[in-house]
Design a binder for this molecule. Sequence first.
Ligand SMILES: C[S@@+](CC[C@H](N)C(=O)[O-])C[C@H]1O[C@@H](n2cnc3c(N)ncnc32)[C@H](O)[C@@H]1O
Length: 336
Amino acid sequence: MTQLSDGIATRAPRNRTLSLTAEERQCYESRLLRLDGPAQLSEVSGRTICQDIFSALPLLPADSVDLLIADPPYNLSKTFNQESFTSVSMAEYERWLDCWIGETVRLLKPTASIYLCGDWRSSTAIQRACEKYFTIRNRITWEREKGRGAEHNWKNCSEDIWFCTLGRKYTFNVDAVKLKRRILAPYTETDGKPKGWQQAENGRYRLTYPSNLWTDITVPFWSMPENTDHPTQKPEKLIAKIILASSHETDVVFDPFLGSGTSSVVAKKTKRRFFGVEIDPFYGCLAEKRLAGVDQDSSIQGYSEGVFWERNTLSEQQNQAAKAARSRNTPLFDEP
Ligand SMILES: C[S@@+](CC[C@H](N)C(=O)[O-])C[C@H]1O[C@@H](n2cnc3c(N)ncnc32)[C@H](O)[C@@H]1O
C-alpha cells in the first residue's frame, strides 16, 4: 500500500478496504451530531454522535436502549487515529470502566441486554465492573485467530465478550443465531433416516445451538467489503450474532464506542433502530459511509438464509455468488 499526498492510500486491486476522499470526509462530517443539551430518542435515532462519551452520556435519552454493545479501548497503549489511549493500572482501568458503565444504566430499559468486549487482561476488570450494575449471564470467548506470535508467551488470539442483563426478563432469540455446521459422522436412526442432520447440495449439515465459544468468525480482512482502516474493527458477523440474539426488529441498539460503526451498520441491516458515540470524526465519517452503503448492500458475510455458517462452508447460492465474485477478483467470503 502506498500513501498519496492527500492522505488517500492506493491499494492492491483486490483490496476492498473502505476509505474516504476529501469530499466524502466533508460530506459525512456534516452528518455527525454533537449534543449540547438533553436529546430525545427521535433526535439521536439513526445518528452517529461525535464527542467524548463522558459529555454525551448525561444528554442521551433515559429508558430508551434495548441493547448496549460496548467495545471500549482495551487497557493497552494504543493510538486510534487522533486519540491515544495509554495503558494504566488495572485498578485505574476499572475505575474508568465504572464511570461510564454506571452512567449507561439510566439509558437502559428494564429488559435491556448488555455486551461488553475485552481482552484477557482487561476481562477481569470488566467482570467486576459489570457485576456492580448488571446480572452477568455468560462470558463468550471469540477466537479471532489473528494475533502476533510471541517468543516467550502464547499468541494472544481470543477476546472475551461479557453478556449481561439489567433484570431477570430479557430477549434471547436462540433460533435466530443457530450455527450451520458440516458434520463429520453422519449417524442415522434405526430406520436409516438422518439423526439430526440434513443433506444439502454441497454436504451434510447440522443446525446447532450457539455456544459461548465462537470459532466461526474472522477479523475483517482487506479483501472483505466491510473492512476499514480502523485498527480494532469488529466483524459484522460477530455483532450480528449479538443483535439477532438479544433484540427484536425496531428495538434500539446503542454503542458508546462506535469506532467505524459496526454496531450501527449491523443494526440497520437487521432493521433495528440505533445510535452510537465516537470521539474521532474520521471514524465517525467511516461509520456514516458504511451506513450509507447499507441501502445498496445489506448482506452480512457468513450469515445467510437465517443461519450463521461455519467458516468456509457455503450454500449453493453462496457458492455461485462467490464464484461470480472470484471471476471479478473480489472474494466475498471469509479468508482462511
Ligand atoms: C475498540 S474501538 C471500537 C471499534 C468498533 N467496535 C468497530 O467495529 O469499529 C474503540 C473506539 O472508542 C473510541 N473512543 C475512545 N475513547 C472514547 C471516548 N472517551 N468517547 C468516545 N469514543 C471513544 C476510539 O476512537 C475507538 O474508535
